[in-house]
Ligand binder design. Structure first.
Ligand SMILES: [Zn+2]
Length: 118
């Protein structure tokens, strides 16, 4: 598995997610893929990642992790990041299952948007 293979996996995941989310008025959006050492360290210092970037390297530093958000509208009609575990848990489980079926790692409970492969 190299970085390019991972990019194809992300596209596969987006193509799987889009038609499941579209009838709900939502769409997948790739957020953060590659992350520099500096960015990783900043995330770690803010408590947003368990990887310090050196002793524990994030998949985001090696090009084998990407965050796929779910975007939808709030009650005011504005586009916002949706919590799919709360709003559409069955659809989200299907999406996460697909990721595992194509070779990805299972969902991290505290980071539902993170998609990674080893
Ligand atoms: Zn991530």
């Amino acid at each position: 598995m190299n970085r390019r293979d991972f990019t194809v996996m992300l596209a596969d995941q987006i193509l799987f997610m889009a038609p499941l989310l579209e009838p709900l008025g939502m769409a997948p959006q790739i957020d953060w893929v590659m992350r520099s050492l500096y960015d990783q360290q900043q995330m770690y210092l803010k408590g947003l990642s368990k990887c310090d970037g050196i002793t524990k390297v994030s998949g985001h530093q090696t090009g084998k992790a990407g965050d796929i958000l779910v975007i939808g509208r709030n009650t005011a009609g504005n586009l916002v990041i949706i919590d799919p575990m709360k709003v559409c848990p069955e659809v989200w489980k299907q999406c996460r299952q697909h990721w595992v079926e194509i070779g990805g790692e299972p969902m991290i409970e505290w980071d539902q948007f993170h998609h990674e492969c080893k």
